[in-house]
Design a protein around this ligand. Sequence first.
Ligand code: GLP
Length: 241
Amino acid sequence: MVIYRASDYASMSRKAANIISAQVIMKPDCVLGLATGSTPIGTYKQLIEWYNKGDLDFSRVTSVNLDEYKGLSGDNEQSYRYFMNHNFFDHININKSRTFVPDGTDPDSEHACARYNEIIREVGGIDLQLLGLGHNGHIGFNEPGSAFEKETHCVDLTERTIEANKRFFEKEEDVPRQAYTMGIKTIMQAKKILLVVSGEDKAEIVKTAFQGPVTPAVPASILQLHNDVTIVADEAALSKM
Ligand code: GLP
């Protein structure tokens, strides 16, 4: 596990964007596993800036996103599909039909998740998976207690996650209670993992996840067992390490 200590959010974003750029340059037809949340927004902005300068070409890249709220369609502003279009895909030359997000509109959880697992297999697996970190150690929407051996599945969100995400919705009742997420097994099968984390409010969980025991109670702790993980964090997030 390599940990980069960045001075602040901007330099964390630049470093993470550097690692993703290197992947795209080395393997133009790579499969990027992408993430939502506020943390990676700066990384996407930086990649867009380099793309606009002519330094990056996403035309042969495929992407698979970690998760999606069950019940939200891509035109709902709170859906993760909308987030990805708005914060990244609409600004680069990626082929939209090669960008995949679990289908939140499919009410049949088993079908939606099996289809997503199939897609990940069809594209040949993930070369580089970008991750954020939830306050309770969740990755994607794998909440504490998630079995490590799961692939894409439907989850009930915890109160803490609903609480953290409600700022994006008008009313707390509007926050979906369930989501489709890649499982820990799917994430662990990625060839490389890049986790971005920022802010003092994440310092405690960063310490617990990466210096504490590997346990399903802290889903991100499993990353200690992956052989190619890079954590890019700012000083504040590393302040308890
Ligand atoms: C959501 C997402 C996660 C993300 C987490 C942290 O729950 N499903 O993938 O990592 O939020 O988000 P933030 O980066 O906004 O703290």
